[in-house]
Write a protein that binds this ligand. Structure first.
Ligand SMILES: NC(=O)c1ccc[n+]([C@@H]2O[C@H](COP(=O)([O-])OP(=O)(O)OC[C@H]3O[C@@H](n4cnc5c(N)ncnc54)[C@H](O)[C@@H]3O)[C@@H](O)[C@H]2O)c1
Length: 399
């Protein structure tokens, strides 16, 4: 494998697929080639292929899987299809790159709809775990690599945080991870049956993933084995359908927030307890103005480390007129370029997108595990669905 150009079959043709494409292009030439794209409609696949100079477009996954010059299936579809595509890819002997989250619960025959308002979280948790374990089993059985596109783990601030944790002798007593913005624009994000959950699964996968990864890292450095999560306590809410938001709507003071869920949460707060007694708190919100905010803080016995992946002051701007800087990109989900702002100098790099793609390609070429693999992906699903059960039942849920 090491001297071959790796052929990639992209599944999905929108935001995630475009982001992955851009970052594959940053690799030295000859390492990879996107050789085909599959989407739900041929029209959508064809548009992506035309835009990116890809010769093959299809709406039939089997056509990608049957090609011997495609070695990696890159899954950038909504979560409801992730586990089935991954299992088929593993059976076909293809390595897998997958956008977060690994999977979830998406309903089964007989469930009353909308499922997010009617199906018990304990049942959902069982179903999500089964889906996640089925992917792990297929990956192990068919001996393919599974690369979990958890970009936070690859972002320079989190990598520096790891070096600092390694340099210190202290213990992390609390990790605080947060993400907020003003709501997803994807129609699928409104419904549990296509997303498998709301802000906690869609965005919280990053915060939970980073906390699990960092405690694993700390454990390996200090005691030779990862420090595992043991229980969770959580609360979730749909804050845009509250009396508080109704009041704001009457005053026409609500229009910047695009979140409008059908049966998923747009806010969540989770406390994860680890086996060494330490805690992680995860706070995610789809109703937070001010542009994308992503941070992790480690409160240690001998120091504090703050990692901020967005809204850094590497460069700051001020403008009275929001159009002063024209179409120049600032940062994801920013409502206005007026006033003081902090545009990202290189968002893909700062958020770890370029580095994750590089690690995935080299892990496959060198036959080693990527930094973010199947175990982290499965753990995230398990923690998040335990949190859903905790929020519904109002109690601590053991993992
Ligand atoms: N890491 C990040 O910051 C980040 C950001 C955005 C999206 N994502 C992830 O990327 C993934 C895709 O998100 P998106 O915003 O691009 O979604 P989207 O809804 O905009 O697009 C989904 C694409 O998948 C295709 N598709 C749907 N079902 C399919 C199937 N069964 N077979 C083949 N193609 C299918 C659709 O045709 C479409 O092209 C999600 O898992 C999301 O969580 C990650």
């Amino acid at each position: 494998m090491s001297h071959t150009t790796l052929g990639i079959g992209m599944v999905g043709s929108r935001y995630g697929a475009r982001m992955h494409f851009d970052n594959y292009q940053k690799l030295p030439s000859g390492l990879v080639e996107i050789r085909g794209v599959c989407a739900r409609t041929l029209d959508s696949a064809q548009r992506y292929a035309n835009d990116n100079n890809i010769s093959f477009a299809t709406d039939d996954l089997n056509e990608l899987l049957s090609r011997s010059d495609i070695h990696i299936i890159d899954i950038c579809t909504p979560p409801a299809s992730h586990h089935e595509i991954a299992i088929k890819a593993a059976k076909a002997g293809k390595h897998i790159v997958m956008e977060k989250p690994l999977t979830g619960y998406f309903g089964e025959p007989g469930d009353k709809e909308p499922i997010g308002l009617h199906v018990a979280r304990a049942k959902m948790r069982k179903g999500a775990k089964q889906n996640a374990e089925a992917v792990r089993e297929a990956v192990l059985k068919h001996n393919v690599k599974f690369c979990y596109a958890e970009n936070w783990v690859y972002s320079p601030p989190i990598l520096k945080m790891q070096s600092l944790i390694a340099a210190s002798k202290g213990s992390i007593l609390e990790l605080r991870a947060e993400e907020n913005h003003s709501g997803s624009n994807s129609f699928f994000s409104k419904e549990w049956k296509s997303m498998g959950g709301g802000a906690l699964l869609r965005m919280g996968a990053h915060s939970v993933g980073a906390c699990l990864y960092l405690k694993q890292f700390e454990g390996l450095k200090r005691i030779g084995e990862g420090i595992r999560p043991v229980s969770v306590l959580a609360d979730t809410a749909d804050l845009i359908h509250t009396e508080a938001t109704q009041r704001a709507k009457k005053a026409n003071a609500h229009r910047w927030i695009s979140s409008d869920p059908v049966d998923v949460e747009d806010w969540a707060n989770v406390i994860i307890r680890f086996e060494d007694g330490s805690r992680a708190t995860v706070l995610v919100s789809d109703v937070g103005l001010g542009g994308l905010n992503t941070r992790v803080t480690a409160f240690m016995t001998d120091g504090v480390i703050k990692a901020n992946m967005t809204l850094n002051d590497g460069i700051e701007t001020y403008a009275v007129d929001p159009d002063t800087f024209g179409d120049e990109y600032f940062t994801e989900k920013l409502e206005t370029k007026a006033g003081w702002n902090r545009p990202s100098c290189d968002e893909d790099w700062f958020r770890g997108f370029a580095q994750e793609i590089e690690d995935f390609v080299f892990s496959i070429r060198e036959d080693r595990e990527p930094l973010a693999g199947i175990d982290l992906a499965v753990d995230c699903v398990n923690v998040i669905y335990a949190a859903y059960q905790s929020a519904e039942e109002g109690r601590v849920v053991k993992l």
